[in-house]
Ligand binder design. Structure first.
Ligand code: TMP
Length: 203
């Protein structure tokens, strides 16, 4: 049985985690092994880089390079080996997040990011990317209701998240074969139904 690589994307507070939990349970119930992972992170080196990225102030250039350093390790040491074993890989974020946050949100050059992507990943991409679309105001309400301190990204204002959202949507519209856009403001059951419709033919 072939493995599949599915990523979840969206602005902070879009409600990805609950849906990832549900998808993991469903895929495992079908007898597949799921490798659940996240970015930045997913490997020992990646998790250390994550600690730096979420806590320290740095230039957008440094930030972009660190996201790709963590991603190169993640793809080579975790994602690709799992797919070769026939597992399903479900990742909370991947390369699209850099195009949305660093290029869309912070104005980094898209061409430089494309060069980094080519260098570190070749043409390696997810089979499916589920984009959780939500207004920055609704996402901010969800984040505020959550316990714990905000990280460096969650603390950015609604203007920043409006740019990130627009960049995600633009990317998804240009790649309709890979992206599924879900309205994350709908009831969780409806959101999961939309994901299921896309994934069930693979099960
Ligand atoms: P999260 O695990 O809560 O999603 O935190 C990761 C944060 O890092 C989130 O705010 C999105 C941000 N991020 C980027 O800015 N660029 C990236 O390439 C990735 C993977 C995440």
């Amino acid at each position: 049985m072939a493995g599949r690589f599915i990523t979840f994307e969206g602005i902070d507070g879009a409600g990805k985690s609950t849906q990832i939990d549900r998808l993991q349970t469903l895929v495992e119930a079908s007898g597949r092994v799921v490798c659940r992972t996240r970015e930045p992170g997913g490997t020992p080196v990646g998790e250390k880089i994550r600690g730096i990225l979420l806590a320290e102030d740095m230039t957008p250039e440094t930030e972009t390079l660190l996201f790709f350093a963590a991603r190169a390790e993640h793809a080579a040491r975790k994602i690709r080996p799992a797919l070769e074993r026939g597992e399903w890989v479900i990742s909370d974020r991947f390369t699209d997040a850099t195009y949305a946050y660093q290029v869309g949100g912070k104005g980094m050059s898209g061409e430089r990011v494309e060069a980094l992507e080519r260098w570190t990943l070749g043409g390696f991409e997810p089979d499916l990317t589920v984009l959780f679309d939500i207004s920055p105001a609704a996402a901010a309400r969800r984040l505020a209701a959550r316990a714990g301190a905000e990280d460096r990204f969650e603390a950015m204002g609604e203007d920043f998240f409006a740019k990130v959202r627009a960049a995600y949507l633009e990317r998804a519209r240009r790649r309709p074969e890979r992206f599924l856009i879900v309205n994350a403001e709908l009831a969780p059951e409806l959101v999961f139904d939309a994901i299921l419709r896309k994934v069930s033919p693979w099960l």
